[in-house]
Design a protein around this ligand. Structure first.
Ligand code: ZN
Length: 242
């Protein structure tokens, strides 16, 4: 398997995306895929979309990307997410909007037996979250590949399903066993929510799935969000990673 980096939930955070891409380059990983939510919450939608398009070979649709394209989806958002989505819609370029519309709901890397989706393989457009083991267990039935990569909850995990059906959770890395299958939440580049404010993404290298954390200039993103008059709870949460 060729080395691969999976990035997700960038949310218009250019400082975080820049740091992650630098880290990927440092590890000499050339193939990158993106599993959704380029925009929403943060201050740099155009720059992030442009960079994602440039570096990733697969780009998927997230619910925040969808909300900018089809405002009907705003109904499902809380007040702060809605405000940020409307801000994004008002500030995004026509070129970026066209790019977002080209994002796909699912993707796959056939040779590597990897399935890609923003929310869940069971129902990609329902935007459900994989929060508990029952849901993870059920979702193993909805893809045929060895590995499924998701984003959406901003909380990274690696779930390994043994041939017996038993599921083992790994926090940061696992060696791929050809008898087993995997659902991986790759974490969020631009708005981590697991209590660690560092940017998060996932790599596959040397037959190992590994969740990576990278420091970035949080204050710089926060300053831009303040200038853009984005909601203060969204600015403040970046410091705490929640
Ligand atoms: Zn997201």
């Amino acid at each position: 398997m060729r080395p691969l980096a999976i990035i997700s939930d960038v949310h218009s955070n250019l400082e975080a995306l820049g740091s992650v891409l630098k880290d990927i380059a440092r590890r000499k990983i050339e193939k990158i895929v993106f599993t959704g939510d380029a925009v929403g919450y943060g201050p740099d939608p155009d720059e992030c979309i442009k960079l994602i398009r440039k570096v990733s070979s697969v780009s998927l649709m997230g619910n925040h990307d969808m909300a900018v394209i089809e405002p009907g989806h705003l109904d499902y958002f809380n007040q702060f997410a809605r405000k940020a989505a409307i801000w994004t819609k008002d500030n995004i370029s026509p070129t970026s909007l066209r790019s977002l519309k080209a994002f796909k709901m699912t993707g796959q890397l056939k040779k590597d037996s990897i399935f890609l989706v923003h929310s869940t393989p069971r129902d990609p457009s329902a935007w459900n979250y994989l929060y508990n083991m029952d849901d993870v267990d059920t979702n193993f039935y909805y893809f045929s590949h060895r590995i499924c990569m998701v984003g959406h909850s901003h909380i990274p995990f690696i779930a390994e399903q043994l041939p017996s059906g038993e599921i083992v959770l790994h926090k940061s890395s696992v060696k791929i066993n050809s008898d087993n299958r995997y659902i991986v939440n790759v974490g969020s580049v631009g708005q981590p929510r697991d209590g660690d404010p560092r940017s998060c993404y996932t790599i596959i290298k040397n037959n190992t799935i590994q969740i990576i954390r990278v420091k970035y200039k949080i204050e710089k993103t926060q300053e831009k969000m303040l200038q853009a008059d984005l909601p203060s709870p969204l600015i403040e949460r970046l410091s705490r990673g929640v």
